[in-house]
Design a binder for this molecule. Structure first.
Ligand code: ARG
Length: 592
């Protein structure tokens, strides 16, 4: 089932081709887009301006050439040419009604499997072993998981890969600390807190005394050479950390297809460096090995060049340190090659914060030079920082980083207080369950609702409000629709609204209908741009329009037939909201 947007785009493309035979229109975006204002119909095509420039005609004439054509596209009542040459499409109410009926019968709500046959690897969450997962990891986990769900729903084969930071310098320090001053009791009680404590204490000692840092380095070298004792301790740290991660993922409803941490690639790193050297991509510099510019890009676009004090100089990406150790970049190149060999993906998405932009620009550029044959789209899906009320990165009152587990606990507690205030009569167990969905939903939604590249201010009051663009508002909207449906079922028991056709007569019905039929286009667009906020905005709009619709036109008191049609619209609205929220990883309790 093509959406209106898709079929009108096809129609516009074909009509322009027929009207301008022999003209190469391949570079022009002829697709239609939803209009911002229903005064101008439901969709519009803006291609006439660009085509006018190409064929040296006024855009209005270009637009008229197809708008006056003999046949209207399917489902369209009329076309209008507005302003300099916008073509506006007005849908027939009948066509909208038939489409809504089809959507109601389709468990995918009309969303086509556009990704089928294609593979996307999504590298997300990727926390570091032996450290608590902190608030920074929530963004990668929540955004990554929404992208995972969106792509899966569109039929892509998704490989969700948790690229744990489980190797590297911090383990030298941890091993030294473990051997010197591990508190077994504390480790039992709260393993991550104890690991964090020994890390911090030992790191402070190393900062003060270079000889100690050298000892930590030797522990690391022993680990890398496979020393059995160090390996055993390291594995222990892995398990303790993995338990913590698993708990958080279970609570957030996140699952990975593979968890291949940095250590997995360790045996490949030497080979990667050899291969980079042989390919002429990397070279030696002061005992280390790095990838330098190939001089093909202007300095300002070259990730291997940097401006210091107004002078452009080299900014190599190091792949082997002078002591023989490997870098974060080496692991990422090995990982990339492994992913290509293992899954041959069309696309790899890396979901991390914006501070890693240069790193990924370098990795992607180095990879293209290293394996120029590889056909893969590489994208760094970066995001901004979560800020506190003071506009600085969000911290606890004592200035520590906020731990993810504590944050989730607090969300559930706060939501519980709200739910209890709203419905004190409900069983405690049920209230807890609703509070869990509302609290976790609120945190996720607050993270997904704005453009990911912006920083946002963390505010409990805002995210937990039942008004405005929040998860509780949307979850509550779903629950309210369910209660309308229940009332209908109670009063007209035994009647199936689907026996009556959908009819669209009131402008408020129409406003809701034109939005509901756009769901598939929004899902596709959000996945393509990797911007879950596009879906969030859409859902919020639907909920608002539904609310106006519900408050202003009679439902159960409407005439038979009209009543059934409206109940059907409610059903499609509820399904759209539920499906959309589910794609964002947000649950919708039946009652709130
Ligand atoms: N462990 C890293 C961190 O916490 C993120 C890893 C991202 N993925 C990657 N392939 N580099 O910052």
């Amino acid at each position: 089932m093509n959406t209106f947007e898709q079929s009108l785009s096809v129609w516009a493309r074909e009509s322009f081709r027929a009207a301008f035979p022999g003209v190469d229109l391949s570079k022009i975006n002829i697709g239609v887009v939803p209009t911002a204002d229903e005064m101008h119909g439901e969709y519009q095509c803006n291609a006439a301006m660009a085509i006018g420039r190409l064929v040296k005609k006024s855009p209005r004439d270009v637009a008229l050439a197809i708008a006056r054509g003999p046949a209207l596209p399917d489902g369209v009542d009329r076309l209008e040419v507005a302003g300099p040459g916008f073509i506006n499409f007005f849908l027939r109410s009948e066509a909208l009604a038939r489409r809504l009926e089809a959507i109601q019968d389709d468990e995918r709500l009309g969303v086509p499997a556009v990704g089928s046959g294609r593979t996307v690897v999504i590298d997300y969450s990727s926390p570091n072993v032996a450290k608590p997962m902190h608030i920074g990891h929530i963004r990668s986990t929540v955004i990554g998981n929404a992208l995972d769900r969106l792509h899966r729903f569109l039929g892509f084969r998704v490989v969700a890969d948790n690229h744990l930071g489980d190797w590297g310098t911090q383990f030298g320090i941890l091993l030294l600390g473990w051997k010197r001053g591990l508190d077994e009791g504390a480790l039992k009680a709260d393993p991550i807190a104890e690991l964090e404590r020994i890390y911090k204490a030992t790191n402070a000692v190393c900062d003060a005394d270079p000889a100690q840092r050298e000892l930590a380095r030797q522990e690391l070298v022993k680990l890398q050479q496979g020393d059995p004792e160090n390996l055993r301790i390291w594995e222990k740290m892995q398990h303790l950390s993995q338990d913590q991660f698993d708990e958080v993922y279970r609570r957030l409803g996140v699952r990975f297809d593979v968890t291949l941490g940095e250590s997995f690639y360790n045996p490949r790193l030497a080979g990667v460096v050899e291969s980079l050297l042989a390919a002429g991509v990397a070279r030696e510099t002061l005992g280390a090995i790095g990838v330098f510019t190939d001089g093909k890009l202007p300095d300002k676009d070259d990730p291997f060049r940097i401006s210091r004090n107004g002078e452009w100089t080299d900014n190599p990406c190091l792949v082997r340190k002078s002591d023989g150790g490997f870098n974060y970049a080496t692991t990422d190149l090995a990982t990339l090659a492994y992913r290509m060999e293992t899954w041959s993906p069309e696309t790899i998405l890396y979901v991390t914060d914006g501070r890693q932009q240069l790193h990924f620009r370098q990795i992607f550029a180095a990879f293209r030079r290293w394996l120029p044959e590889a056909r893969v789209q590489l994208e760094h899906i970066w995001f901004g920082t979560i800020l506190g009320a003071d506009g600085k990165p969000f911290k606890t009152r004592s200035g520590d980083t906020v731990k993810l587990r504590e944050l989730l606990d607090e969300a559930e507690e706060r939501a519980y207080a709200l739910v209890t205030e709203k419905s004190p009569e409900v069983d405690e167990g049920v209230r807890r369950e609703i509070a869990r969905a509302v609290g976790l939903g609120a945190i996720k939604y607050a993270d997904l609702m704005s453009n990911r590249q912006n920083d946002y201010v963390f505010s409990w009051d805002k995210m937990l409000s039942f008004d405005g663009n929040t998860a509780p508002y949307l979850q509550y909207a779903c629950a309210r629709i369910a209660s309308v449906q229940d009332k209908y079922a109670e009063r007209f028991s035994g009647k199936d609204p689907r026996a009556c056709p959908v009819t669209i007569s009131d402008p408020l019905e129409r406003a809701l209908a034109v939005r509901l039929v756009r769901f598939p286009d929004v899902v596709i667009r959000a996945a393509e741009a990797c911007k879950p906020n596009m879906l969030a905005d859409y859902l919020y709009d639907i909920a608002q329009v539904y609310s106006t619709f519900y408050q202003n036109i009679p439902f159960l008191k409407a005439d038979e037939g009209v009543r059934e049609s409206r109940v059907r619209l409610c059903d499609v609205t509820a399904k759209t909201l539920r499906c959309g929220l589910n794609l964002l990883g947000i649950e919708t309790p039946a009652r709130i």
